[in-house]
Design a binder for this molecule. Structure first.
Ligand code: PLP
Length: 362
């Protein structure tokens, strides 16, 4: 029997109960008309949370990192210049993925904990094919100004990681000029890990690689599987066996979010994050992310001098069934990451994590 945990780390978060219950629904075949209806509705709801009208908006059958792979492998032609804003682990991962796809990567490095410097990124190269950035850096708890990158991108495509921002903070793909975006289900969407909500506009799709080196993530082929078929009423073609239970779960999570209202969900994340950050500071702890760019859904806090970071996390897990995250990269032992995402963005979760941390720190 698996014990129930409070998943207050950088993800996964505790799913919405509706999303969990949907996993136990009768399993549908992946070409069952009832499943196709669920898939169509899921794509439509994903358009709403992405803030897009892109026909090609779909849940890829894999985690967020596959969304990243799909984004680059479909759009990077050999030798293309790809400017990547690196202000944390996931920006770093982008440079690796883009390079493997044959890009000439221009990495614009930032101090971790700081938001992306838009002017530096936009002036890093005179004519990049792609500019890539992470909207919400989960490794540092920092939000960056994607809209400003979109306003200055020129002819480049803007590729954005929205894994930790989607359904947690404002995200307006079309208004902000995002051409290609990927996300994950396990954070503010409040669904188990396993799908990568993905969107690509016509401009990026027309420039795509004709035959990408990935068969599974080839968006040209996936069009027949879902996006274009649902948008144009076309026939579905078999590409791979859709994970029907996961899609049903995402459908339930999205329905829950949109019933509450996207603005209300964002406000709930903001209130929980503000309360947590105020409470941590009242305890005398210091926040890591730069003031003014702190994510409400993912708070980074410095481990006090002389405190064993891992021992505290172990005690929280063992005594309170409460998970928080270690820091990432060089900050593994000196920073904690506390996520209040999706269902967990609630005042009772704030009180619980503050009280448990106070108790353990003594
Ligand atoms: N990008 C960001 C910002 C993330 O936080 C994560 C996961 O934590 C990923 C990408 C990778 O997603 P996954 O772990 O679902 O493959």
């Amino acid at each position: 029997m698996i014990r129930e945990r409070h998943l207050f780390g950088p993800g996964p978060s505790n799913p919405y109960p509706e999303a969990t219950r949907a996993l136990a629904s009768p399993l549908l075949g992946h070409l069952d008309p009832e499943f196709l209806r669920i898939m169509d509705e899921t794509c439509e709801m994903l358009r709403t949370v992405w803030g897009t009208t892109n026909a090609r908006t779909l849940p890829l059958s894999a985690t967020g990192s596959a969304g990243m792979e799909a984004a680059f492998v479909n759009t990077v032609h050999p030798g293309d210049v790809v400017v990547v804003a690196v202000n944390g682990l996931f920006g770093q991962r982008m440079t690796d993925v883009a390079a493997r796809c044959g890009a000439e990567v221009v990495a614009v490095e930032h101090e971790w904990g700081q938001p992306v410097d838009v002017d530096r990124v936009l002036s890093a190269h005179p004519s990049p094919a792609i500019i890539a950035a992470v909207h919400a850096e989960t490794s540092t708890g920092v939000r960056s100004d994607v809209a400003a990158l979109g306003a200055g991108k020129g002819d480049a495509l803007l590729l954005v990681d929205a894994v930790t921002s989607i359904a947690g903070i404002e995200l307006r793909a079309d208004d902000w000029g995002i051409d290609i975006g990927y996300a994950g289900t396990q954070k503010c969407l409040g669904v188990a890990p396993g799908l990568a909500p993905f969107t690509i506009d016509d401009r990026a799709f027309e420039r795509r690689v004709e035959k990408p080196r990935s068969w599974y993530l080839d968006l040209g082929m996936l069009g027949g599987y879902v996006g274009e078929a649902s948008a144009k009423g076309g026939q579905r073609t078999y590409h791979h066996t859709a994970p029907t239970a996961m899609v049903a779960s995402l459908h339930a999570g999205l329905t829950r979010i949109l019933d509450e209202g996207l603005d209300a969900v964002h406000a709930r994340h903001q209130e929980a994050g503000d309360a947590l950050q105020a409470g941590l500071q009242e305890m005398g702890l210091e926040l890591f992310a730069a003031e003014g760019s702190r994510l409400p859904e993912l708070t980074t806090v410095k481990v006090p001098d002389g405190v064993d970071s891992a021992a505290v996390r172990k005690e929280l897990l063992e005594r309170f069934d409460l998970e928080i995250g270690a820091g990432a990269g060089a900050y593994a032992a000196s920073v904690w990451r506390i996520g209040l995402m999706g269902r967990n963005a609630r005042p009772d979760a704030v009180l619980l994590v503050l009280a448990a941390l106070k108790d353990v720190l003594g």
